[in-house]
Design a protein around this ligand. Structure first.
Ligand code: HEM
Length: 381
């Protein structure tokens, strides 16, 4: 006998006001819950088990092909090997000085006597400039910033035709970069975008659809993740003075600190899977062809794993941190994301003596499908 999966409505207004709080309550009440959209897994152990079982929990959640995100074994591994090669420690080390320059310039231009928004004034421009630098998309920063704002509005509207239109607009930006390099031929700039064009899998070059898809997954989604992550990190620093002081003194490892801040308030809420066969989560049965949401934000706050879920314990919690996922789809961009976030934090700390919340303005929470903060007004001194 299987227990009935409790119902919930994740997009109802009261649930969205404080998404983390909603997930904390849901996790305490039930490991899984069903809505018209699918079944959500809230607990750390269940999310880890599903993410590590791609045979039962497929990533091919729609007819739309996303490389490598929607691919299952064995095809996934061939594309994943290609993608991983772009994020090696050597590549990150050679990129880091250029990202440091971008962060330094951005921080120097921020006002010291007025409110500064962690997302719109720091996170978004930093994410766009850093990604453009990495991919060699110089001159496309303005277009990308406009696109990010359009994308955000379209996602929040929940209207399919708007999200389809911004997706098409993004593909056009990416395709221009690809075509430009094809026209230049051997004179194309030596950057990761050109490299992708020259790669082969099993002796065959990648087709344009897969190249655009790879680039889309490196930029479209992840510009937003970096900006949102920076919002969470800067809010945490502004509201946890001892942690800020320790990082200023160089007493704490900045990468571990950032990971732990993101565990406590993970802005990357969920990823989807679809069951290929009947599955079980404890006493609950999930039918084949059910859409399943792995709720990273909830799993990262599971008290059975982390104890006091708001306690900042970078070293103790690192091994169970799920901010970048787990299993075959674990984030390949983690080294890049971590380097960029650490460089941005270090630039801000080096150029200020204090980062505080702005006295007269309130931070505003972001809402589904994004977590973290929409606005974090800061004062830098
Ligand atoms: C703070 C920033 C980021 C966070 C929190 C994050 C988080 C994640 C998570 C949780 C997954 C697992 C998805 C799943 O299991 O379905 C993932 C996958 C992925 N991430 Fe990230 N990510 C970040 C930044 C980046 C960056 C900068 C890039 C590339 C430039 C990137 C590229 C990808 C790709 C391509 C996948 C799919 C991998 C696969 O399917 O094998 N991410 N990310």
């Amino acid at each position: 006998m299987s227990a009935q999966i409790p119902e919930w409505e994740p997009l109802a207004e009261p649930q969205l006001v404080d998404q983390r709080g909603t997930y904390d309550r849901m996790r305490a009440a039930c490991p899984v819950a069903r809505s018209p959209r699918g079944v959500t897994l809230f607990r750390h152990a269940d999310v880890v088990a599903a993410a590590n079982d791609p045979v039962t929990y497929s990533s091919a959640t729609s007819a739309y092909r996303a490389v490598p995100n929607s691919l299952d074994p064995p095809e996934h591994a061939r594309f994943r090997a290609v993608v991983d090669a772009f994020f090696t420690p050597e590549r990150m080390r050679s990129l880091e000085p250029r990202i440091r320059t971008i962060a330094g310039e951005l921080v120097d231009a921020l006002p010291r006597d007025a409110d500064v928004d962690a997302i719109t004034d720091i996170g978004n421009p930093f994410a766009v400039r850093a990604q453009a630098e990495w991919l060699g998309w110089h001159g496309a920063e303005g277009q990308l910033l406009v696109w990010m704002a359009d994308n955000h509005r379209a996602i929040r509207s929940g209207e399919r035709f708007r999200t389809a239109a911004v997706a098409a607009a993004f593909d056009a930006i990416v395709l221009r970069q690809v075509q430009h390099r094809r026209q230049l031929g051997r004179a194309a700039p030596d950057d990761p975008t050109t490299e992708l064009l020259r790669l082969t899998i099993d002796g065959e070059p990648l087709n344009d659809g897969d190249i655009v898809s790879i680039l889309r997954n490196w930029t479209g989604g992840d510009l937003g993740s970096i900006a949102a992550a920076l919002g969470v990190v800067l809010h945490f620093l502004a509201t946890h003075e001892p942690v800020q002081d320790a990082l200023r003194r160089g007493a704490d490892n900045c990468a571990a600190a950032v990971d732990e801040m993101l565990r406590i308030d993970d802005p990357f809420l969920v990823n989807r899977r679809v069951t290929t066969v009947a599955a079980r989560v404890g006493e609950f049965a999930i039918e084949p062809a059910t859409r399943v949401y792995l709720n990273w934000t909830s799993a990262n706050r599971d008290e059975t794993v982390f104890g006091d879920l708001d306690a900042y314990r970078p070293a103790e919690n690192a091994a169970h941190n799920l901010v970048y996922g787990t299993g075959i789809h674990v984030c390949p961009g983690r080294p890049l994301a971590t380097m960029e976030l650490v460089v941005a934090v270090q630039a801000l700390l080096a150029a200020t003596s204090r980062i505080e919340l702005a006295p007269a303005a309130e931070p505003v929470r972001e809402t589904y499908p994004v977590g973290g903060w929409r606005h974090v007004p800061l004062r830098l001194s």
